[in-house]
Design a protein around this ligand. Sequence first.
Ligand SMILES: Nc1nc2c(c(=O)[nH]1)N[C@H]1C(S)=C(S)[C@@H](COP(=O)(O)O)O[C@H]1N2
Ligand SMILES: [Mo]
Length: 419
Amino acid sequence: MNSVLPSEAAYDRRRLRQWTRGRARMAGIDRRDLLRLIAAASVAAPLIPAAASPAHAAQSLAGVVKPLPPELFTVRGTNAETNFAALRDTGLLTPADRFFVRNHTSTPVIDTADWKLTVWGSGLTGGPVDFSYEALRALPSVSRTAFIECAGNGRSFFASQQGQQVSGTAWTLGAIGTARWRGVRLAEVLRRAGIGRNAVDVLPRGLDAEVISDGTNLGRVRRPLPVAKALDDVLLAYEMNGEPLPPDHGAPVRLVVPSWVGIANIKWVGDIEVSAEPLLSPWNTGLYRLFGPGYPPEGSAPLTRQTLKSAFELAPGASFAARRRHLLTGRSWSGGAPVRSVEVSTDGGARWRPARLRDEPRAGSWVRWTADWVPEETGPGVLLARATDRSGRTQPTTTAHNTQGYLFDAVVRHPVTVV
Ligand SMILES: Nc1nc2c(c(=O)[nH]1)N[C@H]1C(S)=C(S)[C@@H](COP(=O)(O)O)O[C@H]1N2
Ligand SMILES: [Mo]
């Protein structure tokens, strides 16, 4: 099991108390704007619909560098969702050309030669320390396989399956990808920069444009990480699947924060504040907490780990020939613990049978699975997949509502047609 769990929980409780007592410091946003953001967070605004795009036109999205062909991606606002059907012929790792993109604004194109990382703040024993790209590459490197998943992945099912209004991008299940990341341990860089015993929070910040939300300038994308996580398994990654990081995924260097909400994985990182005081930013206060009935007015503790989900590698409404054998394929993953088992139902949830796992389950990654299906009746049908992880948690039939539609973990009903 993961040694980070107890300290994460303690961090959350402590930070939340400090926030409610007004003792944590607002990094780069004033208190009134922050309170406005939190008030807005407690009310669900309508979902942001997918941009309409003609069926076979080559899509491009201002602000995203790579091509977004419609067979691979569905464009949603400034973001691109991976079509799960496009993962069927991929291995465990998601090729960069089909990895989802979540941009608050747009992809900056940064010249590696001009780039540096500045580590600074009251939690260092000395002054600011700069690392050039060359200097980072010269440090000992590590590689690890990890998924990055948006906290809002699956958000659209709050509306379509539960009839609940939530705000944010209407993702289906494709705001996730798994890659082999190579880089330097954040712990290594923080130690070389002289992190002190008094450090409590580490705040990486992106070099992309400032984010304007409802007329409020939230500043550049940044979200504090507790020191316990920062010193554990976090990477400053410069390679994705053996290639230099592509622009859309954070070139030249991004954070990879295994098992945590996508927003923790700051792209295009330019500086990291190491603080002796607890820090707040819009991304751990009004955003990326749970709001709504059942949560305190200031929201839940800041979100940390992703939840448990499963998806079929199929287009919605895919059709199957009756009385033939079909191989259903899909993937399941959990931020909590490795996946233990997956069950599939082809009759709308009345009966379940085990799927065959194709990968050794590992923390922070996903497992591919298969199941045979010989449909008998023609007409509309529903496929379901349900995972259980090694912490004993199983995907439920519904997810408790939260206004911003984070962490949807319920079993998704996948519509199909038998012909
Ligand atoms: N600087 C910066 N980092 C960022 C973001 C961003 O807009 N700017 N988006 C975050 C969110 S919400 C997610 S889900 C992941 C998405 O990573 P990807 O675009 O490589 O898939 O990046 C995170 N890091
Ligand atoms: Mo995200």
